[in-house]
Design a protein around this ligand. Structure first.
Ligand SMILES: [Zn+2]
Length: 94
């Protein structure tokens, strides 16, 4: 790639960033998404629609951190919280 091509590409990248909406910026956090379960490290496939809809994603925008939990671990965690009488609160909602 020569310099001119590189400059053109940089400009395209810059422009595409500028055009991003709020939602897309939030979706940008998807880039930070780990590719396995936070607890059991089971592989997570971002391109698998079923996985995307069944796995739980906890986003902390302020900390730019994203954690994912497979349905099994998520349910276990909720059960555990229930057993300990801890009120269930979504991590990202404060
Ligand atoms: Zn898991």
């Amino acid at each position: 790639m020569n310099r001119q091509q590189k400059r053109k590409r940089d400009r395209q990248i810059k422009n595409s960033k500028k055009q991003k909406t709020d939602l897309e910026q939030k979706m940008g956090l998807f880039d930070l998404m780990p590719d396995n379960c936070f607890i059991c490290h089971k592989d997570f496939n971002k391109k698998d629609k079923k996985m995307v809809t069944t796995w739980n994603v906890v986003v902390r925008e302020k900390e730019q951190s994203v954690k994912i939990y497979c349905p099994t671990c998520w349910n276990n965690a909720i059960e555990l919280l229930k057993q300990h009488g801890v009120p269930i609160k979504h991590e990202g909602q404060d």
